[in-house]
Design a protein around this ligand. Structure first.
Ligand SMILES: [Zn+2]
Length: 141
């Protein structure tokens, strides 16, 4: 085993030291016990093992601070959720506007095509009349 690996293993196995919130007894527990409910060896009461802030951080947060952190995270999450809902609503409104604009553009295009078709029909009718007049003229001549 390399020294680095040995160090990492030892670091991982570092104990959590904390004072029992009920009797003040200093308790040591394996880091894997973080967040667990244990029985204090002194007062025999159930106490929660504090969760270390980070792997590299030897310091531990008392349960109260952890609660505050959890609450702050929940608040941030709720805020992100409501912001996401607002963005989704704005996006949906924008999508509805796009649909309306596309519908309007389609309608205008259809109207334009209809007018173009009518113009073609009128042009054809005029052409036929010109041809008929020309035929009549030729026959008269
Ligand atoms: Zn205790």
């Amino acid at each position: 085993m390399t020294d680095e690996l040995q160090e990492a293993v030892e670091k991982e196995d570092v104990d959590i030291n904390f004072d029992c919130p009920l009797c003040g007894k200093n308790i040591s527990i394996d880091a894997r016990g973080a967040g667990l409910m244990i029985t204090c060896p002194d007062c025999q009461q159930k106490v929660q093992v504090p969760i270390p802030l980070a792997e590299d951080d030897a310091a531990v947060v008392p349960a109260d601070d952890a609660d505050v952190r959890v609450q702050a995270l929940q608040n941030a999450l709720a805020e992100a959720d409501s912001r996401r809902e607002r963005l989704v609503a704005e996006l949906e409104a924008a999508q509805r506007r796009v649909v309306l604009l596309e519908k309007s553009a389609t309608e205008q295009r259809e109207r334009f095509e209809q007018i173009s078709a009518e113009l073609v029909m009128i042009q054809n009718a005029l052409d036929r009349m010109v041809t008929l007049l020309q035929d009549a003229g030729v026959r008269d001549a």
